[in-house]
Design a protein. Structure first.
Length: 332
């Protein structure tokens, strides 16, 4: 018998999440039986903390539910011939150390995964955030060689991949982030222009200086005031991929305009929100491409690793405050 630990949502977040909003529980897992549905016992190895958890918890969760999220887990016991003991999978079972599965909700790590590569990348650059960048750029922005791509929250898990994929696609890339260390990281990744949005006197001027001709594509992870200013610098027929709105997730009172209609009409812009699960039928294609680019060194990665399952809430809150460069993960 295994005792699993799990973090539950004790209280819905009011403004910025606090550690007191979470509750650490112990759950007794039953032994696996032959012939039953529950044929696999898994142990989480790495867990993900992501911005989407903030708005989704409000929309989809009740107080007392296990926090939503994804993990890389190892198969500890198996009565399913499709899953060998010791193999690694990605699963969407929330903040828990152990769980039982029938295998239907598990995705095996690709057999081509090199031993030298951290398996935690299946939660970041070669996982959901990387796939978000991949499909957002290809399918929503429809970037073309020679175009100029703007990405905000550019040192985060999604933004850092967006910039690198846009460079692979032959684009000029402008990124912005919230600290000088993050800006230095963007330069290291090959961004053509990068600036700290917190220290520039005028965001409008900084965007104009970075690309005087404007922007063909804008990959927006932030929303709010930044998006309102950036939309006015789009080129005619520009495309905007609305991926996130982290500037608004912790607001108790919703922000008010400016509004997007006039610049959208005058410049004939396309603006589309998306969630990466739309392309779940093409997941294998995206993972294969991202893994290849990482192995070839064309896509670099950085992980902010927090040790210890007991530190999940702290890692989540730190990520929402922008303390991470690249992908924030927790190692059990």
């Amino acid at each position: 018998m295994v005792i699993a630990k799990a973090w539950a949502l004790k209280k819905h977040f009011d403004g910025f999440p606090k550690t007191s909003d979470f509750d650490l529980k112990e759950i007794e897992l039953p032994n696996l039986k032959d012939g039953g549905e529950q044929k696999l016992l898994l142990a989480s190895v790495f867990l993900s903390v992501d911005p989407y958890m903030r708005p989704y918890s409000q929309r989809d969760m009740k107080e007392g539910d296990i926090m939503i999220g994804t993990q890389v887990a190892r198969i500890v016991e198996s009565k399913n011939p499709a899953f060998a003991v010791g193999s690694f999978v990605v699963s969407n079972r929330g903040w828990r150390t152990h769980f039982i599965s029938d295998g239907k909700d598990l995705q095996l790590l690709p057999s081509s995964w090199p031993e030298s590569l951290p398996r935690s990348l299946a939660l970041g650059t070669v996982g959901m955030p990387g796939l978000t960048a991949y499909f957002g750029l290809l399918e929503i922005c429809k970037m073309k060689p020679g175009e100029t791509v703007l990405v905000n929250a550019a040192a985060g898990a999604v933004g850092s991949v967006v910039g690198q994929l846009a460079k692979i696609g032959g684009c000029k890339v402008v990124g912005c982030a919230g600290s000088d260390d993050k800006v230095a990281y963007l330069k290291k990744l090959g961004f053509d222009e990068a600036f700290n949005y917190k220290t520039v006197k005028s965001l409008d001027e900084a965007l104009r200086k970075a690309s005087p001709d404007g922007y063909d594509c804008f990959f927006d992870n932030v929303g709010g005031e930044f998006a309102s200013i950036a939309i006015n610098q789009m080129k005619k027929y520009g495309r905007i991929a609305v991926c996130g709105a982290i500037s608004q997730y912790n607001d108790s009172v919703p922000q008010k305009g400016p509004y997007v209609q006039l610049p959208m009409i005058f410049k004939e812009l396309q603006m589309e929100g998306f969630i990466v699960s739309r392309w779940s039928n093409r997941r294998e294609e995206g993972v294969k491409a991202l893994l290849k680019w990482v192995v070839e060194g064309k896509v670099k990665y950085h992980e902010q690793v927090t040790e210890g399952f007991e530190n999940m809430p702290m890692a989540f809150i730190g990520m929402l405050k922008g303390e991470n460069i690249g992908k924030a993960v927790v190692k059990v």
